[in-house]
Design a protein around this ligand. Structure first.
Ligand code: BTN
Length: 253
């Protein structure tokens, strides 16, 4: 199926709790469909032909996974902007905890892992001033390793973690509800309380290597500070703080 006909397919529309949800059988990328939609729109597709991951990587989007994008208003100030990707990761973790998933943790900034295997990834895009698209890829009953052998033993899925994983429409409602709740908390009460909750989700302090656009720094990742900056205790015994845009990639070592 060509991309033009994909884009022209009529979605199933529904509304709930302030969200307008468009559901498709197939799109190129839900983030790209969401790019032109207003705040509190969401797009879910059964599959994506051009699923996008961070760092321009392809994202395997096979049938049975949750491929969802949510449009949120950008929170105005610098700390709010720093907080939004972290708040989105927090909302996904809190959704999963509510569903009964144990040992959920974050890897900076917002990869969601269970036992060191990736369960969900987030791609935050800003296509227009004042709106942020939060793209969520969550493995549910799909088998991404069948489409990319390098993912074998690196990913997990809800079907492996829960006796009865939710159906995709139910999971969509739970996640959108948490995204909106966490966004409202950020808007109304500020980022400080959210950063405290986010900092509980990294689990143990971990040795990491930061790639600052080719400049590599090693140390121990110690969460985020009260302004949302990454804290790195470096090998010299001092502490450095990094804004997300300075860090191209974090590798746990
Ligand atoms: C990552 O690299 O970890 C982020 C992956 C994000 C994938 C999701 S699936 C829904 C949305 N649409 C996309 O094309 N990407 C995101």
């Amino acid at each position: 199926m060509g991309l033009v006909s994909v884009a022209n397919t009529q979605p199933r529309l529904s509304t709930f709790e302030g969200w307008t949800l468009r559901e498709y059988a197939v799109v190129a990328s839900t983030n790209l469909v969401a790019a032109t939609l207003p705040a509190w729109s969401a797009v879910r597709s059964d599959t994506q032909t051009n699923g996008r991951g961070r760092f321009q990587r392809a994202w395997v989007s096979d049938e049975g996974g949750l491929w969802l994008s949510a449009v949120e208003p950008a929170v105005g100030d610098t700390i709010g902007r720093r907080a939004m990707p972290l708040a989105a990761g927090l909302a996904i973790c809190e959704s999963l905890q509510q569903l009964g998933v144990s040992h959920v943790r974050l890897r900076w900034p917002n990869d969601v892992l269970v036992d060191d295997r990736k369960l969900a990834g987030l791609l935050i895009d800003q296509f227009s001033l004042g709106l942020v698209v939060v793209g969520i890829g969550l493995n549910v009953r799909n088998r991404p390793e069948n489409f990319d052998a390098s993912l074998k033993n690196c990913t997990t899925r809800l079907a492996d973690l829960l006796p009865e994983p939710p159906e995709l429409p139910q999971l969509t409602v739970v996640i959108l509800r948490h995204l909106r709740r966490v966004w409202l908390e950020l808007e109304r009460s500020g980022a400080a309380a959210l950063f405290l909750r986010v900092n509980r989700l990294w689990e143990a302090s971990r040795k990491v290597e930061l790639d600052l656009d080719g400049d590599l720094r090693r140390g121990v990742f110690a969460g985020v500070d009260d302004q949302g900056r990454l804290i790195l205790k470096n090998e010299a015994g001092t502490t450095d703080f990094y804004d997300a845009h300075q860090v191209r990639h974090l590798t746990e070592t």
